[in-house]
Design a protein around this ligand. Structure first.
Ligand SMILES: [Zn+2]
Length: 483
């Protein structure tokens, strides 16, 4: 199913899989190397703004974005040909050729498109090397070279602009709206959106998504701009990522899953937390059906030569976009809620199991889940950082089979309706909390058997507590998988 895996966000240009290399530099070539490398990406955040161009601005933006996409595609094609012929690429030569071909329209920003393409090819070579050595996780499959900025069915280019960090600035009116100024094209476009962080701005990415224009502004939080570019500083609400301090030294152990988005056990608290993902799952399947229907109609029309297929393709693309936006909203709400709760419970360190998925019947579904898990863990790390809570990622392999009560791997310690039943002690425990307790043991913590389970559900209006019926506190009601 094309489009099942959401396209990459600009801060993770490699897309489908966790990347091996660090993202390309977000500063102009002049300032390269001066930055403190030790900080890594911990102090980087990307702010998303909705752009509201007027008619003539939109036409101009389209032309620029189409030119940038054309540059990307031509450069990438030239490199693909070289790669097929000799498996090596003349980076310098192609770079020179295409930069000069496109600088009249794109100015120095042509270099940003080229840098991103360089980085994706280098990342591809690095991944291929690891793949050949058998060092890539199985789910990643064989790496493929960078793709084109193109809608394969329509043959239309995807609209995207990259703007160098010193070729734009932001003029806020208040914290909710303002103007984005693009120096090279004489554009001053209204935007809507809250800017949470203050700091030095990086390469701007403008994208046309689901019929809307968005600007993604990477910010190195708290860092001052280069003296040569004093306007390259974004003014937001916070100058530091850490806003709060931990209230205690409680440790939390988290299992991430589908039925329970988060199952949490604690080192110093006699309770556990379940945040149910059934709403997310239901909505995921609803959009999945919607997407499949449009896709089927589109293909039927297309094969019979009806031009109307384009309309259904647009509906299909929109549904893919909507699903991504909805899930993003749910997951971010859940992550924010969980973090605030952990903070209130005095947590200063979190251990999260990196989901290990088994027996997947559908490759795309599998990729989609992996993609979302990686996202959720990344967001969790970012929000925890605001509270000064440390995040550790632990391999989850085997934690669902193991018994957290007596620490054995029971042959018949089966999971029944969301319960793990220990055949030795007869104790029943929620299967996901069992996994969370095993994560704790894996990193050397003994966790009390939770007496109380606090259950919550993620809704579109926030996370709501569920009052369980008496006597079923430890049980997770599993949702039927829709057909
Ligand atoms: Zn047991």
């Amino acid at each position: 199913m094309p489009g099942a895996v959401p396209p990459p966000s600009p801060d993770e240009p490699v897309g489908r899989y966790p990347t091996v290399l660090a993202a390309p530099g977000t500063e102009s070539p002049k300032s390269k190397g001066k930055r403190k490398r030790a900080l890594g990406d911990e102090n980087k955040r990307t702010v998303r703004l909705r752009l509201l161009p007027n008619g003539s601005q939109e036409r101009k933006l389209r032309r620029i974005a189409d030119t940038a996409a054309k540059l990307w595609n031509e450069l990438n094609h030239a490199r693909l040909v070289q790669h097929r012929e000799s498996s090596a690429i003349d980076f310098k030569g192609t770079e020179h050729e295409f930069y000069h071909r496109y600088k009249s329209v794109l100015g120095v920003n042509a270099g940003q498109v080229i840098n991103l393409n360089n980085w994706m090819w280098k990342s591809f070579f690095e991944l291929s090397r690891l793949y050949k050595q058998g060092e890539l996780p199985k789910f990643m499959g064989k790496p493929s070279p960078p793709g084109f900025w193109k809608d394969r069915l329509l043959g239309r280019r995807e609209l995207r602009v990259l703007v160098r960090n010193d070729r734009y600035y932001i003029e806020p009116i208040n914290n909710g709206e303002g103007y984005l100024v693009l120096k090279d094209w004489g554009l001053r476009i209204r935007y809507a959106g809250r800017i949470k962080w203050s700091g030095k701005q990086g390469t701007l990415v403008i994208k046309y998504e689901g019929g809307r224009w968005f600007a993604y502004v990477p910010i190195t939080v708290g860092e001052k701009p280069a003296r040569s570019n004093p306007k390259g500083y974004v003014r937001g609400i916070h100058e530091k990522i850490q806003i709060e301090k931990p209230k205690g030294n409680n440790k939390a152990f988290i299992d991430v899953g589908l039925n329970n988005l988060f199952a949490v056990a604690f080192s110093h608290t006699n309770a556990a937390i379940l945040i149910k993902g059934s709403t997310i799952k239901a909505e995921y399947y609803w959009w999945k059906r919607e997407i499949r229907t449009y896709q089927a109609i589109r293909d039927w029309l297309k094969h019979r030569g009806f031009e109307l297929w384009k309309k259904y393709h647009a509906l299909y693309m929109h549904a893919v976009y909507k699903r991504r936006e909805r899930l993003r909203h749910y997951y971010r709400t859940a992550v924010r809620f969980l973090t605030e709760t952990l903070h209130e419970m005095g947590v200063d360190e979190v251990f999260v199991g990196y989901p290990y998925l088994v027996s997947q019947d559908n490759g795309n579904e599998y990729n989609t889940n992996i993609w979302w898990y990686a996202k959720v863990i990344k967001w969790l790390g970012e929000v925890l950082q605001e509270y000064g809570i440390k995040l550790n990622v632990v391999s989850e392999h085997g934690t669902s089979k193991q018994c957290s009560i007596c620490n054995a791997e029971h042959e018949n310690g089966r999971v029944k309706r969301g319960l793990y039943v220990c055949p030795v002690t007869g104790i029943k425990i929620n299967a996901d909390i069992n996994a969370a307790r095993n994560i704790a043991r894996r990193v050397g913590y003994e966790v009390p058997i939770p007496r109380k389970i606090l259950s919550y559900i993620v809704t579109s209006n926030g996370v709501k507590p569920i009052t369980p019926k008496e006597g079923v506190t430890v049980e997770t009601p599993t949702m039927e998988t829709p057909p």
